[in-house]
Design a protein around this ligand. Structure first.
Ligand code: GRF
Length: 198
């Protein structure tokens, strides 16, 4: 059984898409083994609980440094035999202590067509606002490997959606989010298949 660990900060709709894709067999012989959230009230923890997946709130304020916080996350992932870590709406920048321990085994989803509209401060609403302000005709989610530079690692999969006249950031966000729910499980399926081939 291929075990996946998921880091969240919010609603967890991407987490739900990955859980569903494992349970349906779309991502074969795999399951989400643990969910870690930096927010106590993240609805994603409720989603994990409903699927009997251990959900852990890890309070960043209880750790003296980002390095120690992400070392603890790495320990939790190792304890659950996790082979692939997915950042699904996770709003902290992964520290190199986790990235080193899970080199080439961390995926992130970003709600824009990287490398455009990525980097520090480019998350959630700000991304879609910038895309519209820039007059882009298309946007869409990107799944990429996480390296030590924010929103920078090798791209696994991208899907384009149109930016339509009259789009507000919220309308565009919703269109991108529904595409995220397809592209993240598809990217995980591709990566799991590669890892299983060895
Ligand atoms: C989404 O906008 C996604 O693009 C970003 O985090 C937000 C929340 O996603 N990565 P989720 O519903 O918590 O998965």
């Amino acid at each position: 059984m291929f075990k996946i660990g998921v880091l969240i900060s919010g609603g967890g709709s991407n987490l739900q898409a990955i859980i569903d894709a494992c349970e349906s067999g779309y991502i074969p012989d795999s399951r989400v083994a643990v969910v870690v959230s930096n927010k106590k009230d993240a609805y994603g923890l409720v989603r994990a609980d409903k699927h009997k997946i251990p959900g852990i709130f890890l309070d960043r304020k209880e750790f003296p440094s980002s390095e120690e916080y992400f070392n603890k996350i790495a320990d939790i992932m190792a304890e659950h035999d996790v082979r692939l870590v997915c950042l699904a709406g996770f709003l902290l920048m992964a520290h190199k202590s986790l990235i080193k321990k899970f080199k080439g085994r961390i995926l992130n989803i970003h709600p824009a067509l990287l490398p455009k509209f990525g980097g520090k401060g480019m998350y959630g609403h700000f991304v879609h606002e910038s895309v519209i302000k820039a007059g882009e005709k298309e946007s869409g989610p990107t799944v990429h490997f996480v390296d030590e530079i924010y929103d920078h690692g090798e791209i696994v999969l991208q899907k384009k959606v149109p930016v339509l006249p009259g789009d507000t950031p919220d309308i565009l966000a919703a269109r991108v989010l529904s595409e995220e729910h397809k592209v993240f499980p598809e990217a995980v399926k591709i990566v799991v298949a590669k890892f299983n081939k060895g």
